[in-house]
Design a protein around this ligand. Structure first.
Ligand code: SF4
Ligand code: SF4
Length: 200
């Protein structure tokens, strides 16, 4: 049976533009994810069982299969063999549902249009960083989606094809992008101030 979710190429192009803007925001966390993955591998090798929030999300979650229907519909548009292309050959046993089959040595192997959660989630570690810098104020004990922290137009499910019935326009996309940019600037400014304080 073919995919039941139909996707619109303009919407996917917009989704990818937003995704890139979000990656650029998440890039400001620097080595956080790499260090987190390294620590998780050490913990797993040592047989330690820490709380869920302590571990690399891609190693304990499996967003590929959690979002199979929509992800497959989106990815199959450009490559029908996409799953074979990204899948890890050897699965090491992880914790929870993980590791995600798309997780490679250099991070996620899906280069475009990842599941929405992967692109919008701020884990507890990220929330601690943002709180420490005063970029946001709030609880850090469980992950949040970026739209829980800043007001963003709720357009990603429509762009990804998981919600239907609403027309999304370029101006909705521009509004989303400008809010993400604003948040990124605030974060970058706080990082610069912290670095200057450390140096001085
Ligand atoms: S998003 Fe958070 S939990 Fe996931 S790898 Fe990065 S630091 Fe770790
Ligand atoms: S799809 Fe990529 S980013 Fe999402 S959980 Fe899997 S490896 Fe991580």
């Amino acid at each position: 049976m073919g995919p039941r979710i139909s996707v619109n190429s303009t919407y996917l192009r917009w989704f990818h533009e937003i995704e890139k803007a979000l990656w650029s925001f998440f890039g400001l966390f620097g080595d956080l994810c790499g260090n987190c993955a390294e620590q998780t591998l050490k913990d797993l090798a040592a047989g330690e069982r820490k709380g869920r929030d302590a571990w690399c999300c891609c190693m304990i979650d499996n967003q590929v299969h959690d979002n199979w229907e929509s992800l497959n519909a989106v990815q199959s548009r450009t490559n029908r063999e996409w799953y074979e292309a990204i899948r890890r050959e050897k699965r090491v046993r992880g914790a929870g549902n993980g590791p995600c089959p798309a997780l490679g040595e250099q991070g996620c192997r899906i280069k475009k249009c990842r599941p929405i959660t992967c692109t919008t989630q701020l884990c507890s570690k990220m929330l601690v960083v943002l709180n420490d810098l005063g970029v946001v104020r709030g609880a850090t004990h469980s992950p949040l989606q970026i739209e829980d922290l800043i007001t963003l137009p709720d357009i990603l499910p429509d762009l990804y094809g998981t919600k239907k019935g609403r027309t999304i326009t370029q101006s909705d996309v521009d509004a989303y992008l400008s809010e993400v940019r604003r948040m990124k600037e605030k974060f970058a400014k706080a990082l610069r101030a912290r670095d200057q304080e450390r140096q001085g």
